[in-house]
Ligand binder design. Structure first.
Ligand code: ATP
Ligand code: MG
Length: 401
């Protein structure tokens, strides 16, 4: 007898009623995507998700589940018939299967939602515990602080036994909360901002501005690599690559140097908003953090934000750089982010950017040239690639979720 299921507990206990079932359906579908290629069956059962394991790559499956948003925790589970001897044997097998860490004490917690089963839960506990004690040597019962809790649930069709919990990623299932455009540079911050946005159930489309030939092919590849890492948390991401060279050279010519950065950001916002409209995305996410650099002072944000009515989500807004780096390392984007390729923001820009740009002046300088046509051109020439988890090459495929 060995573990043959994984029992998944859904996060955000506050979610009730109809919403809950929408979330569970989305979560089951996201789990299916992440476990594509593994021999598993995903079922929704009594307010949980049960994964039938027919695959020996249990460890790999566990690692993949740790990255799925909306999972509060999960446990390997063993399914047995509703019959006392089977349950006793199952409990012992489950405990022994868990013993790669030292187990000195255990307790049994039995539940009997199936009232047709003849033994009630109070009587089941000692019957199961006694059997385990008789068949092991160096283990005792501790009902207050056990090393392992053997949980037994006698359901209608079968009994499920679990020992121990693996913490999930928390959050909400991706795809249940609408879609944003993530402004993705090649830096450390924006991938983290994308991760944190997805954590709240929101799907992301990435948008990256590049300025060939001043930014090179490898910088573009780096951004694709970052997107590919992020697909681990959601399955599929569409990446919009916006040609930005003409806009940047024009800003360089037409705008006073100390406002170039501010105007460049305003142009990025306008283009992002247009692509958001096309893609039915309801907001823009950035990796900005207050005060980090000249473009991220409150004054700058105020002047840059003026050009869009879309909500701007800034998950990192109050974080210190070190906190962001910690998350980047945890989610696997850090090593790629620190590779040294030029970002389009760093070319052409003079070093003396205003830290307190004013809206009136930004508007006035933008009057120097017909930027609207350039914005439309950049949108029209945007290249779109769909990047999928588990695939080496990007492909144009339908959205998975
Ligand atoms: P990051 O580490 O994400 O690059 P940063 O600290 O370097 O951030 P900035 O370069 O000021 O900060 O960029 C602020 C935000 O603007 C980024 O987090 C990102 O959301 C967006 N951004 C910057 N450059 C680009 C780009 N080339 N394409 C798309 N978005 C960008
Ligand atoms: Mg940057």
């Amino acid at each position: 007898m060995k573990y043959d299921h994984i029992l998944v507990r859904v996060g955000e206990l506050a979610l009730k009623g109809k919403n809950r079932s929408v979330f569970e359906k989305a979560l089951a579908s996201n789990i299916n995507v992440v476990l594509k290629g593994y021999d598993v069956k995903v079922h929704r059962m009594f307010g949980r998700i049960m994964i039938e394991l027919h695959d020996t790559r249990e460890e790999e499956i566990i690692e993949k589940l740790k990255d799925v948003f909306g999972i509060h925790s999960f446990s390997l589970a063993l399914k047995v018939e509703n019959e006392l001897e089977q349950i006793q044997k199952g409990a012992l097998a489950a405990l022994l299967d868990t013993r790669n860490q030292p187990v000195r004490t255990f307790k049994v917690t039995a539940k009997r939602p199936n009232k047709n089963f003849p033994i009630d839960s109070q009587s089941l506990n000692p019957l199961i515990g006694g059997y385990v004690l008789t068949n092991t040597e160096d283990i005792t019962v501790d009902v207050h602080n056990p090393d392992v809790e053997i949980r037994v649930e006698v359901r209608e069709a079968a009994t499920y036994i679990t020992c121990g919990n693996i913490p999930g990623a928390g959050g909400l299932p991706v795809g249940t909360g609408g879609k944003v455009m993530l402004m993705l540079s090649g830096g450390i911050d924006s991938p983290v901002a994308g991760y944190l946005t997805m954590k709240r159930g929101v799907k992301i489309n990435a948008i990256h501005f590049h300025s060939p030939p001043y930014t090179n092919e490898r910088a573009k590849e780096k951004v694709k690599d970052l997107v590919r890492i992020l697909t681990k948390y959601c399955g599929t991401i569409q990446l919009h690559l916006v040609p930005f060279t003409e806009m940047q050279t024009t800003i360089h010519e037409k705008i006073p140097g100390d406002y170039a950065m501010t105007i460049m950001r305003r142009m990025m916002m306008r283009i992002s908003e247009k692509i958001a409209d096309q893609q039915k995305a309801l907001a823009i996410t950035t990796g900005e953090s207050l005060g980090q650099v000249a473009s991220q002072t409150l004054h700058s944000m105020n002047t840059i934000n003026e050009v869009t009515n879309l909500p701007i989500i800034r998950p990192l807004v109050t974080m210190d750089k070190l906190e962001v780096i910690d998350i980047a390392k945890k989610i696997g984007t850090y090593e790629t982010s620190i590779l040294p390729f030029e970002d389009c923001c760093t070319i052409f820009l003079p070093p003396n950017s205003k830290t307190r740009p004013r809206r009136e002046l930004a508007n006035k300088f933008e009057g120097n040239f017909d930027f609207a046509a350039l914005i439309d051109k950049a949108v029209a020439e945007t290249e779109v690639v769909t990047i999928r988890n588990q695939a080496k090459e990007e492909q144009n495929v339908d959205h998975l979720f």
